[in-house]
Design a protein. Structure first.
Length: 95
């Protein structure tokens, strides 16, 4: 499992880039799970595991604050230690 962080100042095109990535995956026939910015970490963890079992290629998460991002990194590491998941998680870091 790979985590890719999209960061930059406010209004620099981070969310636009995330949407472009989503569209590129879909154009290639790959399944993408979009998670809203107000999801809890527990929800995000569950959805990552379920999405991997359902054959999703990528997960996108917009406007993730620093604290959630820090905890998400730990969660992804823990999940990766238990499961072999071939997935990329794209996260926009809140400005």
């Amino acid at each position: 499992m790979k985590l890719e962080i999209i960061s930059g100042p406010a209004a620099s095109g981070k969310t636009t880039k995330l949407r472009q990535l989503t569209e590129a995956y879909k154009a290639d026939g790959k399944a993408v799970l979009d998670i809203g910015p107000h999801a809890t970490l527990a929800y995000i963890r569950r959805r990552i595991v379920l999405a991997s079992l359902q054959g999703y290629t990528a997960v996108t998460l917009d406007d993730c604050n620093a604290d959630t991002l820090k905890r998400l990194r730990r969660a992804i590491k823990e999940i990766g230690e238990r499961m072999d998941i071939d997935m990329t998680i794209h996260v926009v870091e809140a400005a």
